[in-house]
Design a protein around this ligand. Structure first.
Ligand code: ADP
Length: 434
């Protein structure tokens, strides 16, 4: 028992600064640390409040969030926590550069080969939290990548422990693979800001690379990697390279082998693999790739991936949380009446114990709002089970509330029953004409 009490858990706290803040990160960090130490315990994960009362913090901080952690309890006393505080100031999203790699004769001009985004970016804020999986996949990926970064920091001999810095996420479309790569890149940029003063996300557009100008693609790959190499020469800059739908690159090679594609395709894929191999030597780069068709990916590529993670369609529990977060957003934006949809654990409890939550003495809690809550939890669970049967992807689920709203409007339901029309009635017509 006592050894359990002595366990100290590392908990990451992320402090987002407002764009206008000019104060030094370390000053704010120690101030936040002081404030955190005035608390008794932390909810994990959670958005913290109360710091707004401190004028000095309120003037520069936008959000203080406790990140999810593998610790066994959702509330930990501060005495059992080792705080790891990260301050960051997201960069406005218009800092996206696009490489149009036209060839020398002007042919292929306008091909978008890649885009670059400075991290952490305002456009990626919230993405991580909005992605919901039921098997801790986000944390596991983060920890895994973290582990490898520690290895390379320690200069572990790559002949003894080898690591390619390539991650492959595969699974059905719409399961959040691309979003997860971006969200991970953002997370890493926040978590590693003490080591790298800059971070960038470079997204390679596989389709355009392999579209019409096959004979030129070899040069495109070369140019692209020249750019990447230039970036990572700066050892203070961490670069995440995202290759989306990587099967479109490697299918070309398979086609070439089968004789159905020009051998240029083969050359290009080989060029890509060679370039990826060269990146191995660099500490400050991570390659993330996604695929909807793992079978179609060149085995030479899969072989290079250290992590091959299957991302499945969401199970009922994850569906529940996805839908719940969408409904909460509707309530938050006052689109629907205030309603408390219980968190998953509570809904599962109602499911197990029949209709009503019980008081300590076993008698049912039957106050009206509570009954409402029970009903909502149960019907959302039923709906989630139905979505699971239909095999809906995360993308389809995020769209579902829009379709529901559209149908609701179609029924001509008045504002009194839910949808606000800001007294003028314009709201309905706006949506109709839109
Ligand atoms: P993929 O790359 O697997 O096709 P995307 O990353 O393009 O999927 O996902 C599209 C959108 O679908 C995401 O931005 C997100 O809104 C939603 N989505 C997909 N999977 C999930 C999930 N597990 N949790 C929450 N939202 C999801």
């Amino acid at each position: 028992e006592s050894s359990h009490l002595e366990t100290i858990w590392t908990v990451h706290v992320e402090v987002r600064l407002s764009a206008k803040s000019k104060r030094r990160f370390d000053t704010i960090k120690s101030q936040v640390k002081g404030w955190l130490q005035s608390l008794e315990c932390l909810s994990i994960p959670s958005d913290l409040h109360g710091w707004e009362q401190d004028p000095s913090l309120a003037s520069c901080v936008e959000r203080i969030a406790v990140a999810e952690s593998p610790c066994p309890s959702s509330i930990l006393p501060l005495s059992q926590i080792s705080l790891n505080i990260h301050t960051y100031q997201p960069i406005e999203s218009d800092s996206v550069d696009e490489y149009t790699n036209g060839n020398d004769s002007g042919e292929g001009e306008g091909v978008l080969a890649a885009s670059v985004c400075e991290l952490p970016s305002t456009s990626l804020e919230g993405l991580w939290d909005g992605l919901i999986y039921s098997d801790n996949i986000k944390l596991r990926l983060l920890d895994y990548i973290h582990a490898t970064l520690i290895l390379s920091d320690l200069n572990v001999d790559s002949n003894l422990v080898s690591w390619n810095r390539v991650v492959l996420l595969h699974g059905p479309p719409g399961t959040g693979k691309t979003s997860l790569c971006r969200a991970l890149a953002q997370k890493l940029s926040i978590r590693m800001s003490h080591r790298y003063s800059q971070s960038r996300l470079l997204e390679i557009n596989s389709h355009s690379l392999f579209s019409r100008w096959f004979s030129e693609s070899g040069k495109l790959v070369q140019r692209l990697f020249n750019n990447i190499n230039e970036m990572i020469e700066d050892e203070d800059c961490f670069v995440v390279v995202l290759i989306d739908e990587v099967e479109s690159l490697t299918a070309a090679r398979a086609g070439a082998m089968a004789g159905t594609e020009p051998s240029d395709g083969l050359r290009v894929v080989n060029a890509l693999l060679t370039q990826l191999d060269k990146l191995r030597q660099k500490k400050n780069v991570l390659v993330m790739s996604t695929s909807n068709l793992a079978k179609a990916i060149d085995s030479a590529f899969v072989d290079r991936a250290d992590i091959v993670q299957y991302v499945d369609l969401p199970p009922r529990e994850a569906i529940y949380e996805i839908l719940r977060s969408s409904i909460c957003e509707f309530v938050d934006k006052k689109l629907i009446q205030e309603a408390v949809v219980p968190p998953l654990n509570e809904a599962l409890f109602y499911e197990d114990t029949g209709n009503y939550a019980q008081q300590n003495d076993g008698s049912p809690v039957s106050t009206a709002p509570h009954t409402e809550r029970v009903k909502l939890g149960r019907s959302l669970l039923t709906l989630s089970a139905r979505c699971r049967e239909l095999g809906l992807s995360g993308r389809a689920l995020r769209r579902l509330p829009v379709l529901a709203l559209a149908r609701y409007i179609g029924l001509g339901v008045s504002s009194r029953n839910g949808i606000l029309d800001n007294d003028s009635g314009n709201f309905h017509t706006d949506i109709y004409t839109w």
